[in-house]
Ligand binder design. Structure first.
Ligand SMILES: [Cu+2]
Length: 524
């Protein structure tokens, strides 16, 4: 269905009000419901799923250190809105078709509140998954001010639940950030960028199989990835936003299943990136282009003060699908995300962009207790379908990574394949150390790593805290993180949701440290 862009204004998701706020805790309830949502004024209402009946869900705003409890409730129908592949883990015949569990992406929480894919629950908690332990999740928010997001994470159907609408923003604030006097209030706007395809009747399209499936395939099958032909921002197709001649702060989230966005402003202006997944960057970074993979966030300032009133500026996208290097340059989305329409300023812009934002102490290589290799692998499953794996294991294989709480580990993500995979590790925020090119042909034949170049330090806008990193093909991407303080079962996975569901996700355990390593440092 062909929709005209820039017809509808950009909606701003409302801020969720807590049910109760005492001096010890803030308590929210969030209900998932099937709703009718209009994605474009020329499109009939679409049946979809929303937190609190909204697409995207309401924004949850908290303070650093605020003790937040959330009761996540499922009031969804028993039948899924989208085609369920019953051959995937967790989705086999006999399992409830509609299962939900909420993950607060990027949050440092205990495992019982992390939204393990097997901690799912059905409508009214009638049935619960093997790792379900509690209805109310606890979020201590002991981490710097940042932009997180909450979304569904149920085993084998995450791609369907998120595509159906289960995603929303979660913002942590603190005094340190307020003191920076960044653009705020109505000049600070979240942008949840997603993509959908609609049938003629306005219903959501999600493929029930690959095109011309081989006879070995099951009748309903996952595909290697799905990108919709319509770009949706905050629940509207190609919206426009009236902006005053002043600075704005946009918290951009790529909430798409597999689509990357290579963003530019067609006015030729720069973005001033001030934050990444886990908080502010040390310094603002001026960029003509930002590439954001699934689940990543970019906190940016755009200064419209020098643009004449009446100017229209388009936020463009030239990323290809899949992985930002597929064959066609984004063939169906026209290369556009949304439009800004500049209008006169209503008051003086007193906000600022400080030259220094926050101090991020870089991990010292000497403090790394252990280095692990994580390979990104592609195989085939018993139906001859592409199967994406980590370390050649699928999700139900036993734990192979067991970092100790308090330890700093380095994970070398080895990508000898062809695609970029956005790798997300639960529980932690990490630092990207470097990326080193290597000979994939030698590696794929012998398993030996032959480097073909120097390690490259991450670009300036990747030198903050990250929870999702683009692991490029032909490169070893090194990240370092300190695990803990919580111990227990978490997961790490590719955030292309079709990869995560089949089967690029692994469990890991954070364990108690047995002894303090004294001799592990190279300073000895
Ligand atoms: Cu992937």
């Amino acid at each position: 269905m062909k929709l005209k862009p820039f017809v509808d204004p950009l909606p701003i998701p409302r801020i969720l009000k807590p049910k109760e706020r005492t001096k010890d805790k803030t308590y929210y309830e969030v209900t998932m419901r099937q709703i009718q949502h209009q994605f474009h004024s020329k499109l009939p209402p679409t049946t979809c799923w929303g937190y609190e009946g909204q697409i995207p869900g309401p924004t949850i705003e908290v303070e650093e250190g605020e003790n937040v409890h959330i009761l996540w409730k499922n009031e969804l129908p028993d039948k899924h809105l989208l085609p369920v592949d019953h051959t995937l883990h967790g989705s086999h015949e006999g399992m409830p078709e509609v299962r939900t569990v909420v993950h607060l992406h990027g949050a440092n929480v205990d495992p019982e509140s992390d939204g393990h894919p097997d901690a799912w629950f059905t409508n009214g908690f009638a049935k619960c998954g093997p790792r379900f332990t509690q209805k109310v999740y606890k979020y201590p928010n002991n981490q710097p001010a940042t932009t997180l997001w909450y979304h569904d994470h149920a085993l084998g159907i995450t791609r369907l639940n998120v595509y159906a609408g289960l995603a929303g923003m979660y913002i942590i604030r603190n005094e340190q950030e307020r003191a920076l006097n960044l653009p705020s209030g109505i000049y600070e706007i979240p942008l949840v960028i997603q993509d959908k395809t609609f049938n003629e009747d306005g219903s959501l399209f999600y493929p029930s199989n690959v095109e011309n499936p081989p006879p070995e395939y099951p009748p309903v099958s996952i595909t290697p990835g799905f990108a919709g032909d319509t770009i949706i921002v905050n629940g509207k197709a190609w919206p426009y936003l009236e902006v005053e001649q002043r600075k704005y702060r946009f918290r951009i989230l790529n909430g798409s299943n597999e689509r990357f966005y290579r963003m530019r402003l067609d006015s030729g202006q720069e973005f001033i990136q001030i934050g990444s997944d886990g908080g502010l960057l040390p310094r603002p970074v001026r960029l003509e282009e930002i590439v954001i993979g699934p689940a990543e966030r970019a906190d940016v300032i755009i200064d419209f003060s020098n643009q004449p009133a009446g100017t229209s500026i388009i936020l463009t996208n030239t990323a290809r699908t899949p992985f930002d290097f597929g064959q066609e340059p984004n063939p169906l989305t026209d290369g556009r995300i949304m439009q800004f329409r500049v209008i006169p300023r209503t008051s003086e812009d007193t906000s600022s962009i400080p030259q220094f934002l926050t101090n991020i102490k870089r991990f010292d290589e000497c403090d790394i207790v252990r280095t692990r290799d994580i390979t990104l692998d592609v195989g085939t499953d018993k139906y001859t379908r592409l199967l994406f794996l980590l370390n050649n294991h699928d999700f139900i294989d036993g734990v192979t990574e067991d970092p100790a709480a308090g330890d700093i580990e380095c994970w070398r993500i080895i990508n000898a394949g062809l695609g970029v995979h956005p790798i997300h590790i639960h529980q932690v925020q990490f630092q990207v150390l470097d990326r080193t090119p290597f000979d994939t042909a030698v590696y794929n034949q012998t398993g030996r790593i032959r480097f073909t170049g120097e390690p490259e330090l991450p670009p300036a806008n990747e030198r903050g805290w990250k929870d999702t990193v683009q692991a490029y093909p032909g490169q070893i991407t090194r990240v370092a993180m300190r695990f803990g303080p919580y111990t227990g079962r978490y997961v790490y996975h590719c955030h292309i949701l079709e990869h995560e569901d089949h089967d690029m996700m692994r469990p890991f355990d954070v364990v108690e440290r047995k002894c303090i390593p004294v001799d592990s440092c190279c300073k000895k």
